[in-house]
Structures are given as C-alpha cells and as structure tokens.
Write a protein that binds this ligand. Structure first.
Ligand SMILES: [Zn+2]
Length: 113
C-alpha cells in the first residue's frame, strides 16, 4: 500500500496550525494571570491547580508541535515514513493514525520499555 503523502502532509499542516493556535491562547491566559486577574486568597489552590494543568497541556502541545514540525521536515527531505531509529519503512496504517510518528512499531515498543 503506497503512503498517501499529500493527505498526511495536509493532516500535519492542519495539526501544526491547531497546535500553534492552542499555544498562543495558552500564552494569553498565562499573561492575564500574570496581570493579577485572580488575586483572591480562596482561589489560590485552584489557581495553582489550573496553572499545573495549563503547564502540562502546554508541554504536551509543545512536544507534539515539535514532532509535527520534524515530520514536515522529513516530508521535505524525503525521509518521511522511515523509522528514525532503524530506517525501516513505518507501517502505512500507523502513519495514517499518527502522521507524525517517527518510530516503527518495534522501535516504539523498545523505547517504551
Ligand atoms: Zn524502527
């Protein structure tokens, strides 16, 4: 089965835009917090919780965006769809499910171990 590069590229570009937007709005929220919109004592615990939650969402989005960007780079230089670890082609079904995948199933499993 051939790899549908065009379709995967479009999916990656859409994801790139979505993640960039998400990070931008997270930064806006962080800025408002910084200006002291929520300065009530009682809110401190939940504010700290929200901040931790925001941080993990942001770290997630940032690491995802990094993977999406590097997948787009690999599309440009012709190494897309090859495992960065063992250089074998990544399963097409896997690429369709996770267009930014950079490891084949075997290497992914090894890394998670
Ligand atoms: Zn591999």
């Amino acid at each position: 089965m051939p790899v549908p590069y065009e379709r995967l590229k479009n999916a990656l570009l859409a994801q790139q835009i979505q993640l960039t937007d998400q990070l931008a709005s997270l930064n806006e929220v962080a800025m408002q917090d910084h200006l002291g919109y929520s300065n009530h004592q009682a809110d401190d615990a939940s504010a700290a919780f929200d901040q931790a939650k925001d941080l993990s969402i942001r770290q997630n989005a940032e690491s995802l965006l990094k993977q999406v960007n590097s997948a787009l780079r690999r599309l440009d230089n012709g190494t897309y769809g090859l495992c960065v670890e063992c250089n074998k082609p990544i399963d097409t079904a896997r690429l369709k499910a996770i267009p930014y995948a950079e490891l084949c199933m075997d290497c992914q499993r090894k890394r998670e171990r």
